[in-house]
Design a protein around this ligand. Structure first.
Ligand SMILES: *Cc1c(COP(=O)(O)O)cnc(C)c1O
Length: 409
């Protein structure tokens, strides 16, 4: 029987919520989006949340709001999905890549070394659902010598008075860091609700604000909402409610709002996330851990440590003592058995667009080591205990068969 990698969670409640939207006569940004924003505020405890149509557009919007432009630098880990760096490039700025730690998160010491007078923001990535050390990143940007380098060139930058910390929380909704939820650990925290993520709206993203106390979060929300709707003073929903036809365009906004028809899917899922869906994921992760912990050749990922708890988005297994080619051969074997696996991620310096910008993977040895030995196993609520057993067996057999064939070769 084939086991897919990450099918979306669609139950009767999801279908009902979507049908309700279709029958309501309103399918784009309106009451379902507001309700989803409210649920994310409740789940994370953040100040305000704005839903948009992807993580990527949420990041571009955030950087534009911050005033990031050509000549500016934003520090990004080499080990992430391309969107983290592309969002910087789309604002005309330069992504500065740094290496990561063996737990996959950005290396704060490498960040400190990469800061210049042009640095406007740092984007940490909560890979697999395990959060970055945000307190350490804050400590770095608050160092007097780093503060004195900082040049504020926009109203928002003056207000923050230091390098902004942004969380690429694409994987981490529901995760915890020092008792705090994903969504409140950086100044701006951006979730993805793409089809494969823990909570999905097919395509979607959410910007959760946890700004310093000199900001008015509701005013920032209102401004970001304008940014997401062409900078237009009146949205389609309020116009349809008969509150007048006249509108103005205040600035060159984007068009990246989330439709209600999409929000409906995520709304039905988030209502059962803490109570059910995340627990189902934890159960699977723990079943993998029990199996792989006993295998000397396997390096199970960190699910929990003294300060963090994952939200079990990706199960990033690594295999000890193998090359990138051996990893590829193991994946081929697993796939031939009908089990879909993945690699998260190919480090950015190995991709054409980033090679063309002069990045070289040899400068990011930890990222390469994490990547070369990594295999992401299926993890989602619909998986049964028997399927997880089957995956474990197939992974083990595939590993041994590749190792045995190497010996005889
Ligand atoms: C999925 C993902 C993104 C992009 O999310 P979209 O919603 O598809 O734009 C960004 N960063 C990471 C780490 C991701 O996994």
């Amino acid at each position: 029987m084939r086991i897919p990698f990450s099918p979306p969670f669609v139950d009767d409640d999801v279908l009902k919520e979507v049908e309700d939207t279709l029958r309501s006569g309103w399918i784009t940004t309106g009451p379902k989006v507001k309700a989803l924003e409210h649920e994310i505020n409740q789940l994370t405890g953040c100040q305000q949340t704005l839903c948009v149509n992807s993580w990527t557009s949420g990041a571009i919007l955030t950087l534009k709001w911050l005033g990031v432009k050509a000549g500016d630098e934003v520090i990004v880990p080499a080990y992430t999905y391309a969107a983290t760096a592309l969002s910087v490039i789309h604002c005309g700025a330069t992504p500065v890549l740094v290496d990561v730690l063996t737990d996959f998160t950005i290396d704060p010491a490498a960040v400190a070394k990469a800061i210049t007078s042009r640095t406007k923001a740092i984007i940490g990535v909560d890979i697999a659902g395990l959060m970055c050390d945000y307190d350490q990143l804050k400590e770095v940007v608050n160092r007097p010598e780093v503060q004195s380098l900082f040049v504020a060139e926009s109203e928002v930058q003056s207000k923050i008075g230091r390098i902004m910390i942004i969380a690429d929380a694409a994987h981490s909704i529901g995760a915890k860091y020092k008792g705090r939820n994903a969504g409140v650990c950086a100044d701006v925290n951006i979730f993805s609700m793409h089809a494969v993520k823990n909570i999905t709206t097919a395509e979607g993203g959410a910007i959760s604000l946890q700004l310093p106390s000199n900001f008015d979060p509701k005013a920032v929300y209102d401004l970001m909402r304008l940014w997401s709707l062409n900078g237009q003073t009146k949205d389609a929903f309020s116009k349809s409610n008969g509150s007048g036809w006249r509108y103005d365009i205040l600035f060159d906004g984007l068009k990246v709002n989330m439709p209600d028809i999409c929000a409906a899917i995520g709304l039905a899922q988030i209502r059962k996330y803490s109570g059910q869906l995340i627990k189902d994921r934890a159960k699977i992760a723990n079943q993998y851990e029990t199996f792989f912990n006993k295998k000397g050749w396997a390096q199970p990922p960190t699910l929990k440590d003294g300060s963090r708890e994952s939200c079990y988005h990706i199960y990033a297994l690594r295999i000890n003592g193998i090359t990138e080619n051996e990893r590829d051969a193991i994946i081929e074997k697993i796939t031939a058995e009908g089990i879909a696996v993945n690699v998260h991620f190919i480090p950015l310096p190995m991709l054409t667009a980033f090679k063309d910008k002069g990045f070289n993977i040899q400068d990011f040895p930890v990222a390469y080591g994490n990547y070369a030995r990594e295999i992401s196993l299926p993890i989602y609520p619909q998986l049964t205990k028997e399927q997880v057993d089957q995956i474990c067996t197939v992974v083990e057999d595939s590993y041994h068969s590749i190792k045995a064939s190497e010996k005889t070769a």
